[in-house]
Design a protein around this ligand. Structure first.
Ligand SMILES: C[S@@+](CC[C@H](N)C(=O)[O-])C[C@H]1O[C@@H](n2cnc3c(N)ncnc32)[C@H](O)[C@@H]1O
Length: 407
């Protein structure tokens, strides 16, 4: 005979939570489908549409189009003109707010890439299960074009709309970038949107973007050519460890990439060598809490999710990786900075009123061949943002380093 414990309120509440998570997972997959098949774009451009109209406009199968339209309507993503009309003649509309979030690549609220990235990671679940059992990793290239393109797309609006103002608000950084003929390195540049934004913001500057991922650099070169910035922005398939070993740059940036790097100390050390003594080094990474705590906020929850399914397996795919993971606490970066010859990092209050969940830190650069800078040594900042689901809550945080004398 089987006995069942009586259901408690906690059990019921947790079962409801898991059920709600399943609903969200299905919705995320359906958003990916609508994005990849062009269904949202067709509805935004030609809607309202019925199932045959949507299938015709996108070269897709009518019965599946109908099922998706009905799913989207019951989920409250699409509006339906008249629910009582026969299923194949029912017309659906994409409201303006949904159209912006799901189709406007320039909007700070553009979140279709989030569904693309999550679904791309889910597609590799068997490989992930293997490495969770045995160790090793799943390299970024195995996640494929969806994950790579999603990474570029999700950060692009913030770089395009916010990076210039963020940098201008830090005089120590802005002054360096405003030098005549300033030279800037963007390490781990991915699709290059940050490098292009830097070049736009500082018209006298030249920018070198570095990344180990060749397809991302190919895309970055295309974006530079399309933007007409190919003369001032150059992209290299070169790891951060391989930067010039002399101080050729006025400034170096690492946007949302230190936590991915298998050997972050080596990269920071190479950066330190490649930047002039009177330059600045700026690291922007996820705006996570200072320390681990259970029942974390949304930033913590999404960053651990990214870490589990994307960043950590990518990082651990390299032998001898330190395996940072997406949740790189300020103290971890501080430790990397010190090991690389900087004097450390100090958390700063964010200067962005909308970034309540973000934080800032400062670091002083210290030469590897001289004692660390005193605690009150001048410091310079950098901005950081997180890949959060809600862009307004993901704005910058500073992780700055300053050149305080050279090697
Ligand atoms: C999360 S993506 C960020 C890309 C881009 N900075 C952005 O904000 O969209 C991290 C990037 O770091 C790159 N990366 C990882 N290790 C690297 C290394 N050692 N040197 C240069 N790039 C590296 C990856 O290829 C990837 O493009």
């Amino acid at each position: 005979m089987t006995t069942t414990e009586p259901e408690t309120a906690d059990t019921t509440a947790f079962a409801e939570r898991v059920f709600a998570s399943a609903l969200c997972a299905l919705e995320t997959m359906s958003i990916h489908v609508g994005d990849r098949l062009g269904w949202y774009r067709a509805l935004a451009e030609h809607g309202p549409l019925d199932p045959p109209g949507l299938a015709d406009a996108t070269g897709t199968h009518e019965r599946y189009a109908r099922e998706w339209l009905e799913h989207q309507a019951v989920c409250g993503i699409l509006e339906v003109e008249d629910p009582d009309v026969a299923a194949s003649a029912r017309r659906y509309r994409l409201p303006a707010a949904q159209a912006e979030v799901l189709t406007d690549r320039t909007s700070l609220d553009y979140l279709a890439p989030l569904a693309r990235m999550i679904t791309g990671a889910a597609g590799k679940i068997d490989a992930l299960l293997d490495v969770y059992r045995t160790g090793g990793g799943v390299p970024w290239e195995r996640f494929g074009a969806d994950a790579r393109d999603a990474q570029g797309d999700i950060n692009r609006p913030w770089f395009d709309h916010r990076l210039a103002d963020a940098l201008a608000s830090v005089p120590e950084v802005h002054d360096v970038l405003s030098r005549p003929d300033a030279r800037i390195a963007d390490v781990g540049c991915g699709h290059g949107w940050s490098a292009l934004a830097l070049a736009r913001a500082y018209p006298d500057a030249t920018v070198d973007g570095y990344d180990v991922d060749a397809p991302a650099i190919d895309a970055a070169r295309e974006h530079a050519a399309e933007a007409g910035l190919g003369d001032r922005v150059t992209f290299h398939v070169v790891a951060g460890e391989g930067l010039p070993d002399r101080p050729v740059y006025d400034a170096a940036f690492v946007f949302e990439a230190v936590h991915d790097m298998p050997r972050p100390v080596e990269v920071l050390h190479a950066i330190r060598r490649a930047v002039r003594d009177d330059g600045v080094v700026v690291v922007m990474d996820e705006a996570v809490a200072e320390r681990f705590a259970p029942d974390g906020d949304e930033v913590e929850r999404i960053m651990y999710g990214y870490s589990l399914f994307l960043c950590l397996p990518d990082s651990l795919s390299t032998t001898d990786s330190v395996g940072t993971g997406t949740v790189m606490r300020p103290a971890v970066l501080d430790g990397y900075a010190r090991e690389a010859g900087f004097s450390g990092a100090e958390v700063l209050p964010s200067r962005d009123s909308r970034s309540s969940g973000s934080r800032a830190c400062r670091a002083d650069r210290a030469s590897a061949r001289r004692p660390r800078s005193p605690p009150d040594a001048p410091a310079v900042g950098c901005r950081e943002r997180s890949r959060r689901a809600r862009p307004e809550a993901s704005d910058p945080c500073f992780w700055p380093f300053r050149e305080e004398g050279g090697d």
